[in-house]
Design a protein around this ligand. Structure first.
Ligand SMILES: C[S@@+](CC[C@H](N)C(=O)[O-])C[C@H]1O[C@@H](n2cnc3c(N)ncnc32)[C@H](O)[C@@H]1O
Length: 442
């Protein structure tokens, strides 16, 4: 037995639970509630090896994110919801939470069957999704309190949730006018020939969302949970431009870490399909700069580059220079020449300049997101590629000190958290940091 097959142990539990509840046997309300909440994820982690979960990108949406999705989709009326990578149905459960119920449980199940569609490559997850939706409908009817005890076969419900390759289905021409809900796999896949923004292997999440938007007819909607790098990473600029030709975005929701088990920052993208000529105004993928309180951007005053040394790759050839590495740098402040030396034949930098670490974790409350270190001295320095170098266009040490203040101020942390939530700062993000005047006046 391998891969997702072990999940059958849990789908059997769900089947028994649904069957007991439907036939009026005593079932603990807490157990029913847990089965439509985080339990499916916990069982996934217990039963299915991490290697396989990573391979297919199986990370089920946790309750707080489900609620965010439900609140985003609530205001849009739609006939049908489709989750093309539905896992064990968490996003369909979010959709069901805003669907009305019928006069009887049977009526509700019929209506929800009609309106909730899903594709998933693992049949064990498909089975779990169906049972969980049945249980959600029972809970909405108060069946656990014993108010309704129909003795019927529920196996025929949710027949639109099926084993299928969601990407293949989305890639086919269609006129789907419902609402696509997506928490796709986040791994890397080859971009197929119909993806116009890249020829290289790329994020599966980018490919799924692009095909989802092309699958919709005008007016159809998509709400997706996506890795933050799609919103903020420079290598997804063409994807963002393509997406902007396919519809109108609602203001983006930056969310933070997916959950305590998946350390990846995500955002929520909600879009309505519309032809390019009708897309009048495009909202930003990040906060716009500069703001009223800022006077331009860092780029106006500094040349910003990534350090040029790849230490374990570049040969120890050329002149010997002092060598600045991220791990030898003080947390902030000023330094003169680094003690470490290295031979290097590539680009070196002449002080004064500011070094900024490329890895910077977002959203640690109360902490500054980035801090710079001012380097002074007369000799040129080679710089490790884990550091960003900001060289003042006027060559002045005082300009570098001003930059240290801009980096340290609260507004910059807030701005960066909004602009880029993944751990690697980009040169583009540093260039765009607003030059916040009032922080320098205080
Ligand atoms: C990130 S999980 C999300 C599941 C569910 N949408 C949720 O929000 O909980 C992605 C799911 O996609 C499934 N999957 C991966 N590739 C797929 C494909 N080509 N077609 C359909 N499902 C796929 C995985 O097995 C996994 O269950």
């Amino acid at each position: 037995m391998g891969d997702a097959q072990r999940y059958t142990e849990y789908t059997n539990t769900l089947r028994q639970l649904a069957s007991d509840a439907a036939t009026g046997l005593p079932v603990a309300l807490d157990q029913l509630r847990a089965s439509i909440d985080g339990e499916a994820s916990a069982q996934l982690r217990r039963l299915v090896p991490l290697d396989y979960r990573r391979k297919v990108g199986a990370f089920f949406t946790p309750a707080p994110l489900k609620e965010r999705v439900a609140s985003l989709i609530r205001s849009h009326k739609t006939s049908v919801y489709l989750d093309p990578t539905c896992g064990s149905g968490d996003l369909l459960l979010a959709a069901s939470s805003i669907l009305p119920t019928g006069a009887t449980l049977r009526e509700t199940l019929e209506e929800w069957t009609h309106r909730l569609h899903g594709y998933e490559i693992n049949e064990e997850f498909v089975a779990a999704a169906r049972y969980r939706l049945v249980i959600a409908a029972m809970l909405r009817h108060g069946i656990a309190e014993g108010t309704l005890r129909p003795n019927f076969d529920f196996a025929s419900y949710f027949s639109n949730i099926i084993v299928a390759d969601g990407l293949a289905r989305l890639s086919k021409p269609s006129n789907f006018d419902g609402h696509i809900l997506l928490n796709p796999p986040f791994g890397t896949i080859s971009a197929d020939a119909r993806v116009p923004w890249t020829v290289r292997p790329t994020s599966a999440a980018a490919v799924f969302t692009y095909h989802a938007m092309t699958h919709l007819s005008q007016g159809g909607r998509m709400t997706a949970i996506l890795p933050d790098v799609l919103r903020s990473g420079s290598r997804y600029r063409s994807w963002r431009e393509q997406m902007d030709t396919l519809g109108v975005k609602e203001p983006l929701v930056t969310y933070g870490q997916f959950d305590e088990h998946a350390d990846v920052d995500v955002f929520l993208l909600a879009m309505k399909a519309a032809p390019e000529h009708e897309v009048e105004s495009r909202s930003d993928w990040w906060a716009s700069t500069p703001t009223a309180e800022s006077a331009g951007r860092v780029d106006d005053r500094f040349t910003v580059r990534v350090g040029s040394v790849v230490d374990n790759r570049d040969p120890l050839e050329g002149p010997e220079y002092p060598f600045a590495r991220a791990k030898d740098l003080p947390a902030s402040g000023e330094m003169s020449l680094p003690g470490r030396k290295r031979r290097f034949a590539g680009t070196v930098f002449k002080p004064p300049f500011v070094l900024i670490r490329r890895t910077s974790r977002p959203t640690i409350p109360g902490q500054t997101r980035v801090s710079g270190v001012l380097v002074t001295g007369k000799r040129s320095i080679s710089v490790d590629n884990h550091l960003i170098v900001a060289m003042p266009r006027d060559g002045a040490v005082d300009s570098c000190r001003d930059l240290l203040e801009v980096l340290a101020c609260r507004e910059t942390t807030e701005w960066l958290d909004n602009r880029i939530r993944c751990r690697h700062l980009t040169v583009g993000a540093v260039r765009d940091i607003p030059w916040t005047v009032h922080s320098l006046d205080e």
